[in-house]
Design a protein around this ligand. Structure first.
Ligand SMILES: [Fe+2]
Ligand SMILES: [Fe+2]
Length: 194
C-alpha cells in the first residue's frame, strides 16, 4: 500500500488527485474481501449458547445442504454467509448478509437472504407468542417459494451435529469466485424490480 495520503482535512477541500488516490486504495482493499469473508466465517466457530452446533457449523451445514440439493454457486455462497450479521446485528442480521451479497449476485439471492429471518420465524415464533405466518405478507411474491425452500430445506434443517457437513476449505474457491467479481457487474447483478 502506498504511503501517500490525501491533501485534505475536510472532504470538501479534496482534489481530483486525492480522490483518484482514494479510489485506487479502495479498489485494492476490496480485493481482500474474500479473505475477510473467510476470516469472519472462521470466527463464528464458537458455540452458540443453547444450540448443538456452532454458528460456523450451522453456516457450513446450510451451504452443504444447498450444494447437495444442486443449488447454484450464488445460492450456495448465500447459504454460507446468511448469518454472518448475527454478532453485530442480532435483531436484523439478515440485512447484513444481504448487504454484503448485493453487489455480487442476482437480486433474487439478495432478496432471499434479506427475508430469510422472517421466513425462518415460521418454524419457531408461534412458540413465543408470535405469528408464524408473518411471511404471508409476501404471498404472491415471485421469490416467496425460493425463500420458503431456502429455510425449509437448508436453514432450519442445519442444526444437526451428525450431518456430514463440508469444512470451510471446501467452500473457499466459491467464496473467492463470487466475492472476487467486480462489484455491480451487470452480468451478475441485473437491475430488476422486486
Ligand atoms: Fe438467520
Ligand atoms: Fe441460519
Amino acid at each position: 500500500m502506498s504511503a501517500k495520503t490525501v491533501s485534505f482535512l475536510q472532504m470538501k477541500d479534496g482534489t481530483q488527485a486525492d480522490y483518484l488516490l482514494l479510489d485506487r486504495s479502495e479498489r485494492d482493499f476490496a480485493r481482500g474481501l474474500p479473505d475477510r469473508i473467510l476470516e469472519t466465517l472462521h470466527r463464528l466457530d464458537h458455540s452458540l449458547e443453547g444450540y448443538r452446533v456452532s454458528r460456523l457449523e450451522h453456516s457450513l451445514q446450510t451451504a452443504t445442504r444447498a450444494e447437495a440439493d444442486g443449488a447454484d454457486e450464488e445460492m450456495i455462497v448465500a447459504a454460507l454467509i446468511h448469518d454472518v450479521g448475527d454478532e453485530l446485528a442480532p435483531y436484523n442480521h439478515a440485512e447484513i448478509a444481504a448487504g454484503i451479497l448485493r453487489p455480487y449476485v442476482r437480486p433474487e439471492v439478495t432478496w432471499v437472504v434479506a427475508q430469510h429471518s422472517l421466513f425462518q420465524s415460521y418454524y419457531y415464533v408461534h412458540h413465543l407468542g408470535g405469528d408464524r405466518n408473518a411471511r404471508d405478507r409476501f404471498k404472491g411474491h415471485r421469490w416467496f417459494a425460493v425463500c420458503a425452500d431456502f429455510c425449509e430445506r437448508w436453514d432450519q434443517a442445519s442444526f444437526d451435529p451428525g450431518y456430514p457437513t463440508k469444512p470451510l476449505g471446501h467452500f473457499e474457491p466459491l467464496v473467492r469466485r463470487i466475492f472476487g467479481r467486480d462489484a455491480h457487474d451487470p452480468r451478475y447483478v441485473k437491475a430488476v424490480a422486486e
